[in-house]
Design a protein around this ligand. Sequence first.
Ligand code: ZN
Ligand code: ZN
Length: 399
Amino acid sequence: MREDLHALYRRLHAAPELSMQEHATAALVAERMSALGFEAWRCGGTGVVAVLRNGEGPVVAFRADTDGLPVAEDTGLPHASTARGTLPDGTDVPVMHACGHDTHVTAAIGAATLLAGARGAWAGTVVFVFQPGEETGEGAAAMVADGLWERAPRPEVVFGQHVWPGRAGQVELTPGPAMARADSWRVTVRGRGGHGSQPHLAVDPVLIAAHAVVRLQSVVSREVGAQESAVVTVGTFHAGLKENVIPSEAVFTVNVRTLDPAVRERLLPALRRVVAAEAAAGGAPEPLVEELYTFPLLVNDPAATEALRAPLAAALGAGNVLHAAPRMGSEDFGHLPDALGVPGVYWFFGGVPGEVLDSGAPVPTNHSPAFAPVLEPTLTTAVTAAYAAVLSRLGTAAR
Ligand code: ZN
Ligand code: ZN
């Protein structure tokens, strides 16, 4: 099976598709899952649901995300992507599986292959959810809105996993809040344009926005407790076309990450307060604050997470199942269990050889043009973890 999975991985890696445009990936996934005996259908545009019913027993769901990113691959691999795609705004861009979602699809199909081949060993129903558009935070919500859980049987738990630059062969579990809620805004500071030599006749939005950016950082240090977590990043700032022209507006975008809804409820109004107050201080009207997108908080059900430790340790070796602190990155996986109010568990698996990590050499992260998980033991670990997790919640076959 390993050679087949490697070939599948290389094929997926060479042909990544942008978020919500995963047409060829969806067709390939549906074909592979149907060939394994799953009932497969499209959902949420380019999503695929695949169900295998195997007698009376629990229903267990496993999710793999399928999209690539607008990144020009620079791995030097023989199966490197040269694919291109078109962003929703019409921009032609290179596309790469820079987040490793190709490993997720491969591992899910691997686990599905094992489950389909071991139908005598378990009872129940497995639901594989191949989700598009994770990178844009759209896909999980799109599948739910398209009736994912109306047509698929209701699972008692939803699992998912992600590759990251940890030690290949190991997985990391985080009970409770595991990945941050993300809120992104575009802030437009509206001033009054004028001549650079006569600022007293204008209202300078650059100065106001600059003060706002600086002061936004003080909200985390002064209004969030030292034992709490939050990140505020201003990632873009655009204003003006010429040094002696005061522009009429300045636009910046803010990204906010939190792990606790109570912290978020305090933080977001404080950020709005700072932006409005800096504008008032500069004599400008209240800035326009637009929400760009959000990602849900990802909370691993503590009991379901703890229950996975023993089967994962049995399958991978106890030393290969680690405990990890919450990450401030974000994921839309949470929408899938949350839509039903059932437990979800999402873990990470490493993709870097131990000797590379031990050498202290810099390791490319997810989204880097050089991100290239080593094939083994990465894929075998991901397949084994997915299979062991799903199997641990299914029933035993009647004999
Ligand atoms: Zn990503
Ligand atoms: Zn990802």
